[in-house]
Every structure is written in C-alpha cells, then in structure tokens.
Design a protein around this ligand. Structure first.
Ligand code: HEC
Ligand code: HEC
Length: 451
C-alpha cells in the first residue's frame, strides 16, 4: 500500500497481530546488517540481537525473517518500522524521551540493560569508579561516560569512538577506558589480550534498558513479547547468547537474574555524528552537515526542532546577524550554565554549518516591498526550501524529494504552512501565505521539468 504525503496519518498501519504471526508462522524483524556485536547479516556471527530475536520468534511459534536496515541514522532506520516494513525492531532504548518522540510505537519490557564497564590492564590499580580519580580515563567524546567523568571532575581523555578509547587504554595512553559494556566485551574478546580486566559499573546514570519496538495496534502483542522475554531470561538463553559475543554480565544483587546488555543505538548515533565531524574539517558552511552535527550533538538538549525548553534556549530561526555570537557560544560554551564547550571537537566552519541549519528551521525573510507572489515563492524556495530539499527540489540526505510529492496541492500547501510535527519540516506560516505556498508548488513543478 502506498500512502502519499500528508494522507499518511499512520493509523492504517500496525504491526502484524499476534494471531497472524502465529498462524503465518513468520514475523519480520528489522536489524542492522553490519553492527557487531549487536547484529550482522553474516550467518556465522549474527550478533546477539539477531540471536535473541530468533529465540523470541520461536517462543511466539514463528520464524524470524530479517529485513536488513542501516542504523547509522536512527530516524531513517525507524521509518522502516513506522512504514510497516518490519513488525519488530530490537534494541530500542526504553527511555521516556524516546517513547515520547515516537507515540505510535509500543515497546516490550527490557530484554537487557546496557551498562558501562571499565576496561583496564591487570595491575593498573583500578577496581572501581573511585579509582578513576587517580589517572586519565579514555572515553568517547560526548558519550554518557564522558559526561559522567566530567561531572565528577575525574581526569579524562576523549577520543572519537569507543574503539579509539579502547586502543588508547591498550597503548598505555590512558590507564583505563570507560565504555559501553557490549563494545568493551566485544573489543576485548577480539583483541585476544590476556592482561585485560573488565570492571562492571553499576551507576544508574550509566545504564539504559533496551526493548523491542513495534507499531501499536494489537493489545495481545506486548504481553506475548514480555512472556517470551521472561521465559528466555529464566532459561538463561539470552545470557548465553550475550556470552558468545564476550558481553560481560553482572549478576544482580537481588537473586540470580543476570543483567544483560547489547545494542548500539545510542553510541552508534554519536559515533556517526563524530565521524561526520572528523570527515569534513574545513570548508564552506553546509546546512546538511549542520543537521547531522546538530542531531548528533545538540538535539538532546535543544530538541529536534531546536525549539529548546526549560533552561535551554531556542535556536530556531537564530537571526542572521547573530552568527558570530552563535559560533563563539558553541566553541567556548557556557559550561557553568549547562552549555558544553565544543571547541576542539567541532571546527568553526562546522559551527557555521550548524548555524545555517538552525537558521533555516524557521527563518525570517525580507522581501522587496513590490515583490509579486511568484517572485516571493522563488525567493523562499531558493533561500530556504533548497537548503534541505536541494536546489532543484529533488531531495537530499536530509529531506525528501518535492518533485515526486504524491499528495494534492492542498496537502502541499498545508505541509508548508503547518510543517510536520517532530521533524525538521517547520511551519512556514510566518513568512509564506497560502498564495505564495501555491506558487512554490509551481516552482517545484517547473524545476522538475528542467531537472
Ligand atoms: C547538555 C545540554 C546542551 C547541549 C548538548 C548543547 N547545548 Fe547549547 N545550550 C545549553 C544551555 C543550557 C544553554 C543556555 C546557556 C545560558 O543560559 O547561557 C545553551 C545555549 C546555547 C547557545 C546560546 C543561545 C543564545 O541565546 O544565544 C547556542 C548558540 C547553543 N547553545 C548552541 C548549541 C549547539 C550548536 C550545540 C551542539 C553542537 C549545543 N548548543 C549543545 C545546553 C546544551
Ligand atoms: C530544515 C530543513 C527543511 C526546510 C528548510 C524545508 N523542509 Fe520541507 N521537509 C523537511 C523534512 C525533513 C521533511 C520530511 C518530514 C517528515 O518526516 O514527514 C519535509 C517534508 C516536506 C514536504 C512533504 C513531503 C512529502 O513527500 O511528504 C513538503 C511538501 C515540504 N517539505 C515542502 C517544503 C517547502 C516548500 C519548504 C520551503 C518553504 C521546505 N519544505 C523547507 C525539511 C525541510
């Protein structure tokens, strides 16, 4: 079924009902083909999310069919679930902020809790968090671990990825590394070193529960998933799967139930942002790069649409004249007021790229006083819409093609005036009238003919 543009309220779609899963004997699961130790398309080392999902499907008396999707962009990956391409999506954080962003999704209870561990060499004198006071600890820059050490005032060295932090500990540059447990386990296992030690960390700040996401619809599905998870936890099957990938387990204090940890949702997102940061050091400000940097590094405080909230200011429509102040604040931060300093991680050009992007979120526009609706439309298109949808409206990595827009003209106009909630598509009511929005539709048609 193809639902065009605005017409998709999402209500028609839902995950296959439990009864259909059982009667067809099959359930489709989205997973990343290349994200070990979490998941992989390689049948020799499928990763534990894949193994766990096979077991859970088995409990539902079905076979898991995998739909391979990249999780480099969480949003893109989840679109597969929202569009009904798959029924279940493992490895989603059970955090209230995440659930609020995706109101159409339901979640199972946790099948593991992802925690942190300290990786260190035996004899380095580290046996718990307080020992990290005594020497530099390697962390992935801007990761939860980084913020955790920063908050305690412990010495730290920051690296571009979990793996780089691990290598720094191996080479002796740092005394220890504080890493996501699955990454720590996987990297230690692969490094084949016999002098490594993993120390579990139990701080609640450094733990995230993960569950399975699905489209809401069938009230029977969640209880069935939770029952399957409970059965597999009791039998030790989930723990055994984690163990195969070197994931360290922490026996909980109460009872014997193992506390278990996979999937790289959060870390992977951040790794991605920093990779972008690394890849394109200098050059002209690029709003597309700006979006990736914004979503990787700023969104968690300033919100996806840069609306801000509480003590965190709005960055939407940051005025053009404020670019210098913006860049200075980003690079120097206002550490005591909760705005981190990004100098050293983000270049000045990249700060300008972020500025270009947030400026375009809900821009101000100055029109010549006698400009016709058609002229206004072209100006708005070139200066604003093209930032995200591309110069010809053919779409970019961050926004869909307008040339292939399938809805009616009224739907187009409605989207332009009212935006799309929880996305970068802001309402443009303040600068665009209905008439101008219709003309923009014409501009797009025109460009589609030329393109
Ligand atoms: C940990 C939360 C957090 C993160 C992450 C964060 N900010 Fe902020 N930001 C804040 C807070 C809080 C303030 C307000 C500081 C103050 O009161 O002076 C702020 C202020 C700012 C300001 C000044 C706004 C003004 O009114 O002049 C800019 C610009 C800004 N942030 C940009 C960014 C960018 C760009 C990123 C990502 C690279 C980012 N911030 C990431 C919390 C955050
Ligand atoms: C800051 C980036 C950004 C800017 C600027 C922007 N858009 Fe969008 N637009 C998006 C994104 C992202 C989506 C997809 C939203 C979603 O997930 O539904 C979108 C969706 C749309 C859609 C619906 C497409 C579809 O197939 O459903 C239309 C129409 C649209 N934009 C028109 C415009 C016009 C016209 C402008 C200029 C006035 C504009 N956009 C400016 C990011 C942007």
């Amino acid at each position: 079924m193809l639902v065009a543009g605005l017409a998709d309220t999402g209500e028609a779609r839902q995950t296959k009902a439990l009864a259909d899963i059982v009667s067809s004997g099959s359930v489709t699961v989205c997973a990343d083909p290349d994200n070990l130790p979490f998941s992989s398309a390689n049948p020799q080392t499928p990763g534990y999310d894949v193994e766990v999902m096979r077991l859970i499907a088995g409990e539902l008396r079905a076979r898991a069919e995998f739909q391979w999707v990249s999780t480099v962009s969480a949003r893109r990956a989840l679109a597969n679930l929202l569009d009904g391409e798959c029924d279940l999506f493992p490895g989603l954080p059970l955090a209230s902020g995440f659930a609020a962003e995706y109101p159409r999704l339901g979640f199972s209870g946790p099948y593991y809790t992802m925690r942190h561990v300290i990786v260190t060499r035996t004899g380095a004198g580290v046996s718990g968090v307080t020992d990290l006071r005594g020497g530099p600890t390697a962390v992935e820059a801007l990761s939860d671990a980084d913020l955790f050490l920063l908050g305690r005032g412990y010495p730290r060295r920051t690296y571009r990825s979990q793996e780089a932090a691990f290598q720094a500990m191996r080479s002796g540059e740092a005394r220890a590394a504080l890493l996501w447990a699955p990454m720590a386990g996987w990297l230690s296992k692969r490094s084949d070193a016999s002098d490594l030690m993993l120390v579990t960390v139990s701080d609640a700040d450094l733990a995230v529960d993960f569950g399975i996401g699905f489209l809401r619809g069938d009230p029977a599905l969640k209880p069935a998933l939770d029952q399957a998870i409970a059965t597999l936890k009791t039998s030790g099957a989930i723990a055994a799967s984690l163990g195969r990938y070197g994931v360290p387990r922490r026996e909980s204090r109460r009872g014997r139930e193992p506390v278990i940890w996979p999937v790289g949702w959060t870390p992977r997102e951040r790794v991605r942002a920093l990779l972008v940061a690394q890849a394109s050091g200098e050059g002209r400000p690029d709003p597309i790069e700006g979006r990736f940097l914004f979503e990787g590094n700023c969104e968690q405080c300033h919100r996806i649409d840069a609306r801000g909230g509480g003590a965190v200011p709005r960055l939407q429509a940051y005025p053009l004249g404020g670019e210098g102040r913006f860049v200075k604040t980003v690079l120097e931060g206002r550490n005591e007021r909760g705005m981190p300093a990004w100098g050293g991680l983000i270049t000045e050009a990249q700060a300008r790229s972020i500025f270009r992007y947030v400026h375009a979120l809900v821009p101000h526009m100055d029109f010549p006083p006698d400009a016709s609706a058609g002229e206004r439309a072209r100006q708005v298109f070139n200066e604003i819409c093209a930032t995200c949808h591309g110069l010809t409206g053919a779409g970019t990595r961050i926004a869909p093609s307008l040339q292939t827009f399938k809805g009616t003209d009224d739907e187009f106009v409605d989207t332009v005036l009212n935006g799309r909630p929880k996305s970068a598509m802001a309402p443009f009511r303040s600068i665009v009238s209905v008439e101008v929005a219709r003309k923009i539709r014409d501009v797009v048609r025109e460009l589609a003919r030329i393109d």
